[in-house]
Design a protein around this ligand. Structure first.
Ligand code: ZN
Length: 364
């Protein structure tokens, strides 16, 4: 994620702080200072930091639950609206998703429980909440953790509650249909939050928008994967395209861009093997920065994976989505390039899939 700085790592998961979060800390400090002086500023910043430590522990609840199922988590980012743990993939086994989703809010409930126990314990003689600001802060932190647990369990993507709902529905009606229903419930909840926001706290409108968009994109990605299941790469790959050779220049690539409707050009060597892919964006950037005589091999993306043409289309789609790649190469048994799978041609295939009455019946 851009605009975030790494502050450390725990067991292979990097912890990053978004710059806007540091701005929030500064703003809280200044606002408290203006109102109550240095002591209040310190307390405000300490409280927000502890609150975000709770959010971080929540995210690590997800991280360690996901590890149990072999899902890696490259990083956790702290934003002013909460934390985001980037999972390599979401487990599609409903039981596993349920455990991973519940692990985050469970951490907050445990924190709240421990803090309330501390508060209920014997207090130093003569101290009351007014005299001891520490006691007040512990109570507020415990309440905030309870709120975090409840808020995250709202049944709306991308909140944890949305995933819990999807996992429960998926058991009865299958993953794709379960996601669709959970996404609709999420958008309904988002609408309600937005309405509340109009009459009360404007931050709710912002959260509602976030929830609405999250629900829509989750539903789309899952429908795509569901349609791809049961098909092989052969059924969907592009086979008619212009290729470039490792000795081609940016000028040659620009010619090809203008003569065709293609946006991604595979660079293929004499043995028919894929060396990389040059996208339109790469091409324009190289033209501006290095001129028309630069070799394409220095401007292309060389990290393009290949997949055998008889493999499942859902696998190709997963590779595309996880790597945010412009294309995946399709090869025969000897490793020669036969075709390409791109996000655009998968999108077209989806439109066709949706329009065919027989196949649509099969989706249910
Ligand atoms: Zn969570």
């Amino acid at each position: 994620m851009g605009w975030s700085i790494p502050i450390g790592s725990v067991k292979g998961t990097e912890i990053r702080i978004h710059l806007t979060f540091l701005l929030l800390l500064a703003w809280i400090g200044i606002a408290h200072y203006v109102e109550g002086g240095a002591q209040a500023a310190l307390e405000g910043v300490v409280f927000i930091s502890l609150l975000f430590l709770s959010v971080l522990l929540h995210e690590f609840g997800h991280v360690f639950a996901a590890r149990r199922y072999g899902v890696q988590t490259p990083d956790v980012t702290l934003l002013p609206i909460g934390g985001v743990a980037r999972l390599e993939r979401i487990p599609e086994e409903p039981g596993q998703e349920l455990v991973v989703a519940l692990a985050g809010p469970a951490v907050n409930i445990v924190i709240a429980g421990v803090l309330f126990l501390l508060l209920a314990g014997p207090m130093p003689a003569g101290s009351t909440e007014v005299q001891n600001p520490g006691v007040g802060m512990v109570a507020r932190l415990a309440t905030a953790n309870l709120f975090l647990a409840v808020f995250n369990l709202l049944p709306a993507f991308p909140m944890d509650g949305g995933r819990v709902l999807r996992a429960l529905l998926a058991r009865r009606m299958g993953y794709a249909r379960g996601t669709q229903v959970a996404a609709s419930v999420g958008q309904f909840v988002a609408f309600g939050l937005g309405l509340l926001g109009l009459f009360g706290n404007p931050i709710l409108i912002f959260i509602a928008l976030f929830v609405y968009l999250g629900a829509a994109s989750e539903s789309h990605a899952v429908q795509l994967r569901d349609a791809a299941r049961g098909m092989i790469v052969d059924d969907a790959m592009v086979t008619e395209f212009q290729t470039l050779s490792p000795s081609s220049t940016i000028e040659n690539a620009v010619d090809a861009l203008i003569r065709t409707t293609q946006h991604e050009f595979p660079v293929v060597d004499g043995a028919g093997r894929l060396r990389g892919v040059l996208t339109r964006e790469d091409m324009i950037r190289a033209l501006r920065e290095r001129g028309p005589d630069a070799p394409v091999i220095e401007a292309m993306r060389a990290d393009i994976p290949v997949i055998h043409h008889r493999r499942g289309l859902d696998e190709a789609l997963r590779i595309l989505q996880e790597g945010r790649l412009p294309a995946v190469g399709v090869t025969d048994g000897a490793g020669r390039l036969l075709g390409l799978v791109t996000p655009e041609n998968i999108g077209e295939m989806m439109m066709i899939h949706g329009a065919r009455p027989v196949q649509r019946a099969g989706l249910r």
